[in-house]
Design a protein around this ligand. Structure first.
Ligand SMILES: Cc1cc2nc3c(=O)[nH]c(=O)nc-3n(C[C@H](O)[C@H](O)[C@H](O)COP(=O)(O)OP(=O)(O)OC[C@H]3O[C@@H](n4cnc5c(N)ncnc54)[C@H](O)[C@@H]3O)c2cc1C
Length: 471
């Protein structure tokens, strides 16, 4: 053990429990300096607005939880290479601990920092905290990436539980904390206008909220998850995604807390498997958010139509299930998975707009914006990804609505201007008779938009465009 202080650099692991880097720093009784950097460096993708809003709450909780153990969280904004070099020099830090990350630009930065520290007599120890299996630890028989989910997931299941959960850290020895900026300095939450009021009501950000959410989900919704997870009108999924994205909970904690077997637990494990698979893909294809995984899609004739894009973003397409999803996203920073698929398919196939426009909008508005999941999922819907949906699968928004929101309650909640329509027409208001529309107080084109495109025509246009690509 060194008498010099130890640095714990928090990044996307904003929790005290099951945090291998923090655990390693405390187990030897080192005097800890806890650091979070709002990173600004070339090559890093700026975080979206909803993500930044979440981050503020998350750091507030982390800071309080650390403070309760006598440690102050040091906040700095800027280039991490410079900040860490200064801090290590000024505070005579002997060892730095952090948990690894997997976006290529971030991993490159971490390697650079590690080399710089080692050259300056500061040891470095890094850990896996956020994935059951790190992206390179599962390989094809020839040692390369696996491009199809099923064999990937089978291989991960065969590996079994990679490690036990590390409990809440007990005592933390604190070094004298260096100067810190404040969350108020950073001003990451909106004020004028404050678009986050509904988000505040919807979420308890931070590690404590993550624990509560997991507990509630296991008690109220795990039973039936396999059946209910496709229903946006039911609170049937875990809603743990923003907590996972910010590292307020680890997949190990979720895996350990749920039953080892059973239809519902198996399904949830498979969904977490999709997250792991996305990271596997991102590791092997770092440009996943920018480039088509299948390069033949580079020739795809995307349309250029800012007006249509804006109507999609605002939930004004005239297709109720799409509009409900886009408004849920805007208001709460989250959208149900089934509806994400329908909305993404609508942008790509009905409107023929480039999937990257949708990916960017989700990146800015999702509280769970995740570099691997978001990019991989958009490419999955576009058909350009690995193990993607076939291009000819064009979601029918009316049928999707009728099947997964059968009594229209999800649509009624988010699109109140058509709430009085009967179940038969709630997912397709344009087929309602003038009398029905009048009785429900709906004037199509005035109180609620007429469909932005005709479904059948748009579907045929999309199939023609995708068919041309094939030949
Ligand atoms: C176009 C599109 C964009 C998406 N963007 C993101 C994103 O930025 N961040 C993100 O976390 N998820 C994304 N997803 C995947 C999925 O929609 C969300 O993970 C899920 O809706 C989160 O809700 P939940 O936590 O209640 O999920 P649950 O059903 O409770 O699942 C538990 C966990 O498993 C993982 N998971 C579930 N479904 C998927 C999936 N299809 N792919 C990968 N992981 C999954 C998530 O980490 C989730 O928290 C996207 C899906 C689509 C179709």
């Amino acid at each position: 053990m060194t008498s010099r202080p130890a640095l714990v650099w928090f990044r996307n692991d904003l929790r005290l429990s099951d945090n291998p880097a923090l655990h390693a720093a405390t187990k030897n009784g080192a005097q800890v300096i806890a650091l979070y950097i709002l990173e600004e460096a070339k090559g890093l993708r700026p975080m979206g607005a909803a993500w930044r809003w979440w981050l503020t709450g998350s750091l507030r909780t982390l800071s309080e939880n650390l403070e309760a153990r006598g440690v102050s969280l040091v906040l700095r904004r800027g280039n991490p290479i410079k900040i860490i070099a200064e801090l290590v020099g000024d505070e005579k830090i002997g060892i730095a601990y952090w948990n690894r990350r997997y976006v290529a630009a971030e991993a490159k930065l971490d390697t650079e920092i590690e080399q710089q520290l080692l050259a300056n007599d500061c040891a470095v120890e890094t850990f896996n905290a956020s994935l059951l299996n790190e992206p390179w630890s599962i390989q094809s028989k020839t040692g390369g990436p696996i491009r199809v989910f099923t064999p990937y997931f089978r291989a991960s299941e065969e590996r079994g539980n990679p490690r036990n959960v590390i409990g809440y850290v007990g005592k933390i020895g604190a070094a004298k904390a260096p100067k810190s900026e404040t969350l108020e300095d950073w001003d990451l939450e909106p004020s004028k206008p404050d678009w986050a009021t509904d988000m505040d009501v919807s979420w308890t950000r931070g590690e404590n909220g993550a624990k509560q959410r997991l507990k509630d989900f296991l008690k109220d919704a795990l039973k039936g998850y396999a059946e209910h997870r496709d229903r946006p009108d039911i609170d049937g999924t875990s809603r743990l995604s923003p907590y996972l994205a910010h590292g307020e909970i680890s997949p190990h904690q979720i895996a350990e807390a749920m039953p080892a077997r059973g239809r519902d637990a198996d399904k949830l494990r498979a969904e977490i498997g999709w997250r792991e698979f996305s990271y596997h893909l991102l590791h092997h294809y770092p440009a996943l958010a920018r480039e088509n995984f299948q390069r033949r899609f580079d020739a795809f004739p995307w349309r250029d139509d800012n007006k249509a894009l804006a109507r999609w973003q605002r939930g004004l397409t005239g297709y109720p299930i799409v509009d409900a999803g886009m408004r849920q996203l805007w208001r709460t920073g989250w959208m149900h998975n089934r509806v994400r698929m329908v909305c993404a398919s609508f942008l790509i196939k009905h409107l023929l707009l480039d999937w990257r426009l949708g990916e960017a909008w989700f990146w800015d508005t999702l509280v769970d914006a995740d570099p691997a999941n978001n990019a991989a999922s958009w490419q999955w819907v576009a058909g350009s990804g690995a193990d993607a949906a076939p291009y000819f699968r064009v979601f029918n928004p009316m049928l999707q609505g009728e099947k997964f929101d059968p009594d229209g309650s999800y649509v009624r909640n988010w699109v109140p201007e058509i709430a009085a329509l009967p179940n038969e027409t709630i997912h397709k208001p344009w087929v309602a008779s003038p009398l029905e529309l009048a009785a429900a107080g709906v004037a199509l084109g005035k109180t609620y938009p007429a469909p932005i495109v005709d479904h059948q025509e748009a579907r045929e246009r999309a199939l023609r465009a995708f068919e041309a690509l094939k030949t």
